[in-house]
Design a protein around this ligand. Structure first.
Ligand SMILES: Cc1ncc(COP(=O)(O)O)c(C=O)c1O
Length: 400
């Protein structure tokens, strides 16, 4: 049987069985539901988009997959070239992998080996944020900071290789003061921390981080697996503050297939590029650069550009602000809005118990977690559909 994610199987609610999906809608046998969270924030163009289906089908008819070890192919070359143009600055060196977690692992390994290749073996520490989430593999759990996802690591005791700080400039400066000789990299979800509770913080923190990383020779890594492709209202936060390594996943393929990219700048790439074979990056997931995933990712980026998504995201944010204006309830701690993300944080977890069923009855699929009720809609949503999502969130408090 299927072992489902993030759940105690013994008392799990039966999952809704999806039989079809199109546009912003998921279909069960009896219900049509707006997917208010875009399949874990990935399906930005909605489901069954003809252009994306076509890109996949035509690639499958040529070939679906060949390894990248000793072979290469058009879809991987074209996507890497497209990313080179599409991403800011000199983020030009694209390492593919099959999921966001693995792509963050690759970024951390790249950063570590970068220091080793330079003979800086003492630089092993990661500076990360409180409430960080970077995936569920072991090193990403270690860099993460969320008891609810990562408590199993407590079995090993605290890690000497990671420091977590709040998103405050003072804490940032202090961490650099204290650890700069041992710091290898600073890893952040820029501006919006997703699974840690849709926490939003100011760009000035990242500007300061960039400055300190430069001053102390520390690599800055942006995990834009969740924030990339417009979610924060920036195309990439990297457009505003340039990291040394950028990690993309989720919406990279429009959410159609699992694929991810770790993109390095010239400085990082140069740290590997020399005559010593041991200075090469020793990594290679079997499905890296999968041809179908690359084809759909390429088409997804083309759609993103062609259809002026950044304007759509600004419009989603405007409507969301308008609809949420002045909305309060004693059970609510804070309402947060950024780009295509809205989050209602409540004081107590039990306030949200039963919301999923309530939303289902109103034609919305939602999946609040802990104290966070949120929406991250597909960008193709209409005003009416968006209002239905937001009204459902408000009704939970107004009607009970
Ligand atoms: C910021 C961030 N990094 C990494 C990941 C892990 O991605 P994946 O689930 O594709 O391994 C996630 C997933 O939610 C994420 O939000």
């Amino acid at each position: 049987m299927i072992w489902y994610p993030y759940v105690q199987m013994k008392n799990m609610e039966t999952p809704y069985k999806i039989v079809d999906a199109e546009g912003v809608y998921l279909y069960t046998e009896e219900k049509k539901l707006i997917d208010s969270i875009s399949s874990w924030w990935s399906v930005i163009h909605g489901y069954k988009r003809p252009e994306l289906n076509e890109a996949m089908i035509s690639q499958i008819q040529r070939f679906s997959h060949v390894m990248l070890g000793g072979l290469t192919h058009e879809p991987a070359e074209a996507l890497s070239k497209k990313l080179e143009e599409f991403l800011p600055g000199d983020l030009n060196y694209v390492f593919f992998s099959d999921s966001g977690s693995v792509a963050v692992e690759v970024a951390l390994k790249m950063a570590l080996q970068y220091a080793m290749n330079r003979g800086e073996r003492q630089r092993t520490m990661i500076l990360a944020l409180e409430h960080a989430y970077h995936g569920d593999t072991f090193k990403t759990m270690e860099a993460g900071d969320d008891e609810d996802y990562h408590f199993v690591l407590n079995a090993y005791g605290p890690s000497p290789h990671v420091v977590h700080i709040p998103t405050e400039t003072e804490a940032l400066e202090q961490a650099f003061q204290q650890y700069h000789e041992r710091l290898n990299c600073m890893l952040v979800e820029p501006l919006l921390q997703g699974a840690g509770g849709m926490r939003m913080y100011d760009i000035s923190f990242l500007e300061k981080a960039r400055e300190l990383c430069d001053r102390y020779g520390v690599l800055l890594i942006f995990d834009e697996v969740a924030t990339g492709f417009g979610r924060t209202g920036h195309r990439f936060v990297a457009d505003a503050v340039l990291p040394d390594i950028l990690v993309l996943g989720k919406a990279l393929t429009g959410g159609y297939l699992g694929h991810a990219a770790t993109v390095a700048n010239q400085k990082v790439y140069d740290g590997f590029y020399d005559d010593d074979p041991s200075h090469g990056l020793m990594h290679g997931p079997t499905f890296m650069g999968n041809a179908v995933a690359c084809s759909v990712a390429l088409r997804s980026i083309e759609l993103f550009e062609r259809e002026n998504y950044m304007q759509k995201i600004r419009w989603i944010e405007e409507i969301t602000r308008r609809e949420m204006e002045g909305f309060t309830d004693p059970r609510i701690r804070e309402v947060r809005i950024m780009g295509g993300c809205v989050c209602i944080e409540v004081w107590e977890e039990k306030t949200l118990e039963g919301y999923q069923q309530f939303a289902y009855a109103r034609g919305v699929f939602a999946r609040p977690f802990l104290r966070y009720l949120y929406a991250m809609v597909p960008y193709i949503i209409t005003e009416e559909e968006l209002i239905q999502v937001l009204d459902t969130m408000k009704a939970w408090f107004q009607e009970r």
